[in-house]
Design a protein around this ligand. Structure first.
Ligand SMILES: Nc1ncnc2c1ncn2[C@@H]1O[C@H](COP(=O)(O)OP(=O)(O)OP(=O)(O)O)[C@@H](O)[C@H]1O
Ligand SMILES: [Mg+2]
Length: 244
């Protein structure tokens, strides 16, 4: 199977300082990948490279076998095939319905179909009763769930999640994790989730990448990373002994 993403020699520099320097990294299609690592490791930067918000200073990225188009005519199609939930999800003005419908309206989907899809997405995250609520009034947990509905409603080929449950109570964490767990089975998409929560990475992912100081320390099956880590740094990190 062609991988969703394949990175080769990707370097991202800010002010001439490398914050991401990864040799080779492959994200296989149709599974859940976790990206773990301490604060400042470059996890969000990696997701921004994948969704074309950040062009690498050097190196190349392929997306389902073709060069990832950071600009030009093909970039819109690639962009529209991905959804991202950001570390701090921004709600747009208007009500919840409009927030979830946005991506479909941008794609000129017919009103009736928009309605059906928005309700289905809200049903998935268990918030159909909030359609008319002003998005600005949502609680943190509700906003995260709406952000997930907004990402899912366009039926993306790739879903990128940056700390989708940070700062949430256990009830909302479980709801969001259950939604994430169900997605690949239902639609066969590739999910990449950045998380500080190691238990969450274990619960959700099949493959895991451990990043530290912008570099890949270890990339393997989630089972190997947590139960049989090769690198000393990984051992310390997954056992909670790495102080950061
Ligand atoms: N636009 C930018 N300009 C300068 N430095 C940046 C920029 N974006 C990120 N950085 C730096 O790059 C490094 C990696 O940042 P990144 O946000 O990718 O880390 P992270 O692993 O997501 O951390 P966290 O777990 O805290 O979210 C950090 O040192 C950060 O300060
Ligand atoms: Mg981050």
């Amino acid at each position: 199977m062609v991988p969703a993403f394949s990175l080769n020699g990707v370097i991202v520099e800010f002010n001439n300082q490398p914050v991401l320097d990864i040799g080779e990294l492959v994200f296989d299609d149709r599974i859940i990948h976790a990206v773990i690592g301490p604060s400042g490791a470059g996890k969000s930067t990696l997701l921004r490279v994948l969704n074309m918000l950040q062009k690498p200073t050097q190196g190349s990225v392929t997306y389902f076998g073709n060069p990832l188009p950071y600009n030009g005519a093909n970039s819109l199609a690639a962009r529209r095939s991905m959804s991202m939930v950001f570390q701090t999800p921004a709600m747009f003005s208007g009500n919840v319905y409009d927030n979830v419908a946005l991506g479909l309206r941008l794609r000129d989907v017919k009103t009736k179909e928009v309605r059906a899809k928005v309700f289905q997405a809200l049903e998935t995250v268990g918030l159909t009763d909030l359609t008319k609520r002003s998005a600005a009034t949502l609680s943190g947990g509700e906003a995260q769930r709406i952000a997930l509905a907004r990402a899912l409603v366009v039926n993306p080929r790739v879903l990128l999640l940056d700390e989708p449950t940070a700062n949430l109570d256990p009830g909302n964490v479980t709801i969001i994790e259950d939604v994430i767990k169900r997605i690949p089975h239902e639609t066969g998409i590739t999910i990449i989730i950045v998380t500080h929560n190691l238990y969450q990475a274990k619960r959700l992912s099949q493959q895991a990448v451990f990043l530290n100081k912008g570099k890949i320390v270890e990339s393997s099956s989630t089972d190997e990373i947590f139960n049989n880590p090769k690198a000393q740094e990984t051992k310390l990190f997954v056992s909670g002994e790495m102080v950061y």
